[in-house]
Structures are given as C-alpha cells and as structure tokens.
Design a binder for this molecule. Sequence first.
Ligand SMILES: Cc1cc2nc3c(=O)[nH]c(=O)nc-3n(C[C@H](O)[C@H](O)[C@H](O)COP(=O)(O)O)c2cc1C
Length: 173
Amino acid sequence: MITIVSATNRPGSSTLKVAQFYQKQLKEKGLDAGILSLSQLPANLIESDLYGKRSAAFEPIQQVVTQTEKFLFIIPEYNGSFPGVLKTFIDACSFPESFYEKKAALTGISSGKYGNIRGIDHFTGVCHYLHLNVMSLKLHIAAINKEFDENSNFFKPDTLQFVNEQIDKFIVF
Ligand SMILES: Cc1cc2nc3c(=O)[nH]c(=O)nc-3n(C[C@H](O)[C@H](O)[C@H](O)COP(=O)(O)O)c2cc1C
C-alpha cells in the first residue's frame, strides 16, 4: 500500500494540492495511493496519543500507517524546517513497527527560495533513526505559489519532468 502524507494541518495548504497532484500522476501510471493529510489528526493529539496513549480517533490513522509499505511525504518549509505537527505525528505513531524497514520518498515545498532543503535534510535524519529507507532523489519545489495552474496542477515543463522522474523511481524503489 502506498500513502502520500500531506505533512501539515494548515487549512487550505499548498501541500495538500501537491499531494493531490502526485496522487493523480500515480493513478495515470496505474497505481492507487491514498492521501493522509495531517489535518485529519485529532485536534487534541498531544493529549490523546503521545507516550503510550491511543485514542479511538487516531486508531484508523495508525492502521493506515501500519498497512503502508511506501510513503511519499510532501513537506512544507515552516521556519526553516519541517512542520512540528509532522514530528508530533511521527511521535504518536506506534514505534518501531510503523516505519521500520519501510520506504519513503520526500518532496519539499516552500513559498520562499529554497524548497525546504534544510527541512528535508532534518526529516531524512528522523527517517534514518526510524530505519525508514529514504529514496535518494528528493525534490525541492520553491516559490510554490507560482507552480499551479487554475486546476491546481503543476504546469511548468521542468517541474513536470522532475516529478515524473521521481514518481518513476518511486514506483520501482
Ligand atoms: C508557520 C509557517 C512557517 C513558514 N516558514 C517558512 C519558511 O521558513 N520558509 C519559507 O520559504 N516559507 C515558509 N512558510 C511558507 C510556506 O512555505 C508556504 O505556506 C507554502 O505554501 C507551503 O506551506 P502550506 O502547505 O502551508 O501552504 C511558512 C508558513 C507557515 C505557516
């Protein structure tokens, strides 16, 4: 099972649009992928699901994580790194079985110039700690607000080429 993690809970996020674009591209290549948006997390996650607690609201999310073999994380740049809610989500998931010896591809996005290079590096360190094997080709999409057409699809030839290459590698990863 493949799951695209839209790694923010910000309402109206560009990250979710990017996740939906990747889902469409995977579908065109014959693969069904689900989207897990961190906006689906229980609002009181820090009380309900950390340090050994498990809520009924988080249980279906944990089941998706447990059943997933390959993750594709779309990660926005927040204050020079990945969002805190992504780390809280990882901390809430059952350890070590949620991510152990599974596979992940990473895409960083930002409104600024750097496409979350540093946040993707930081998150790669977390993945390595979890024994979550990271695909070496990582994408960094800067100035994300200039990347979408009126249907929230990428349209720039170089962006489409890089995403296509990443997806092809992800399929055989
Ligand atoms: C809390 C917060 C911190 C942010 N910090 C940065 C940053 O350090 N660098 C940057 O280029 N953009 C930053 N942004 C802008 C995001 O990159 C921008 O909102 C982009 O669209 C991706 O995030 P989104 O999925 O929330 O839309 C920040 C946004 C938020 C909400």
